[in-house]
Design a protein around this ligand. Structure first.
Ligand SMILES: Nc1ncnc2c1ncn2[C@@H]1O[C@H](COP(=O)(O)OP(=O)(O)OP(=O)(O)O)[C@@H](O)[C@H]1O
Ligand SMILES: [Mg+2]
Length: 410
């Protein structure tokens, strides 16, 4: 049969024309796929390898596929942490029925894993506060971008270790809707859905482990909502300052940068008949440190990793006595070539390391702990040797417990 499907693919990726789109992915030959762990889903999801990397194909009804694709496209331009859309296939074989009439292709999220992986015994254990921050931060980012999710759940997010934090990535946008801005009511509704979904997810986890529902962490979603409200207030509050209190603007920007948010604009409007100023800050994406690290050194890292790696660059600049702007720039290049790249090489050579930058962060954290214990700097080399001798202690619980290694499996 001649193909009738239509395929939209973004540049920089395979054309996917070698795939038998006229058949349902359920019927494609097994050897075409890469077997990797995946979370629960209603739709058929498969992983497929190309020279350009790993991709995910999800088969679903046309309207849902279009919504998913369009929302993910829009979120990408706003730097929201979400799956990267690569293509959409429409008008496939009519015999598939509505349920399988279309498909979307996304980039496989390297080093990511499902929430089941984070669950310790029957809850998130010590990672619970990180989960609160992760979910609250993601919902705030989405709402700032005008995105009502409508189905925020533990399963519709993938997770990545990001230094001492968890980076959550939205993967399922079928139900999401984009608006110019969201009303307070819409945001509250999205939080309600999240609370319900997460309580359901936690009850399922408990049941799967033979526990009663009373033992489930049913308030996780409410605690996320609480943290969300605090963060939302912090980002959206309007403060009134006196004209001589310009330092409060700097303070506010630094506080937001510290939370990882980029500040796009600061609006200052006259207040109280002109004697004072109303200050409102407009935030951009949550990639302040990763953008800064990239600008200074060309290194790409996740946001919290970047914050930690930047502190190593500052440590290096201090040690080498670089104080002038040019001196610091030169030191940044020297740090990359003389410190960062060689250390990454050594970490890669160890094998078993999934994400070398995350491992580098573990070494930096170890250096901090050892220096603190000793009451003085132990230096990177000594810290690295000690870290190796101690069996690569995973202070950030991150370097070698991500069993879902796509590159090895591929
Ligand atoms: N970009 C991606 N990278 C890695 N894994 C992915 C990606 N997208 C989806 N997955 C895997 O596929 C699983 C199902 O994805 P998704 O939630 O999008 O499916 P779904 O059928 O639409 O879910 P739902 O039942 O909520 O409608 C995820 O749990 C994840 O393991
Ligand atoms: Mg899903």
């Amino acid at each position: 049969m001649n193909p009738t499907f239509s395929l939209k693919v973004r540049p920089g990726h395979p054309d996917f024309l070698d795939l038998p789109w006229m058949r349902s992915i359920v019927d494609w030959p097994d050897e075409r796929f890469v077997e990797l762990p995946r979370g629960p889903s209603r739709h058929e999801v498969r992983f497929i390898a190309y020279d350009q990397g790993l991709y995910v194909i999800k088969e679903l009804p046309l309207a849902a596929a279009r919504q998913d694709y369009e929302v993910l496209r829009a979120l990408e331009t706003q730097d929201v942490s979400a799956a990267v859309p690569v293509g959409i296939v429409e008008d496939r074989h009519p015999d598939h029925g509505a349920e399988r009439s279309a498909a979307i292709i996304t980039r496989y999220l390297e080093h990511s894993f499902t929430y089941q992986k984070l669950v310790q015994k029957h809850d998130f254990g010590a990672r619970r506060p990180q989960m609160l921050d992760a979910f609250a931060g993601l919902l705030v980012e989405l709402h700032l971008a005008g995105c009502f999710w409508g189905d925020c759940s533990l399963a519709n997010v993938l997770y990545r270790y990001d230094a001492e934090a968890i980076e959550p990535i939205m993967i399922d946008a079928e139900t999401a809707v984009l608006r110019e801005t969201l009303s307070d009511g819409q945001r509250a509704e999205d939080l309600e859905i999240m609370i319900l979904n997460i309580a359901g997810g936690m009850a399922d986890i408990a049941a799967a482990r033979g526990l009663s529902v009373e033992e489930a962490d049913l308030t996780l979603g409410e605690d996320i909502a609480e943290r969300y409200r605090i963060l939302w207030r912090e980002l959206n509050e309007t403060r009134v300052i006196a004209p001589e209190e310009g330092f409060k603007i700097t303070e506010k920007i630094e506080r937001l940068n510290d939370l990882g948010f980029d500040v796009d604009e600061v609006d200052l409007l006259p207040a109280d008949g002109g004697g004072r100023l109303r200050m409102k800050v407009k935030v951009g994406g949550r990639n302040f440190h990763s953008a800064k690290l990239h600008r200074l050194t060309g290194v790409e890292a996740l946001e919290r990793q970047a914050r930690q790696v930047l502190s190593d660059l500052h440590y290096y600049q201090c040690q080498t006595g670089a104080t002038t702007p040019t001196g610091k720039e030169v030191a940044a290049v020297r740090w990359r070539v003389g410190v960062f790249e060689p250390m990454l090489e050594r970490l890669r050579a160890l094998g078993e390391i999934q994400d070398p930058i995350q491992a580098f962060c573990a070494v930096l954290h170890h250096r901090y702990l050892k220096s603190y214990e000793r009451g003085g700097d132990v230096g990177t080399e000594a810290a690295f040797q000690d870290w190796l001798a101690a069996g690569r202690p995973d202070d950030l619980q991150a370097t070698h417990d991500t069993g879902d290694n796509p590159t090895r499996a591929a």
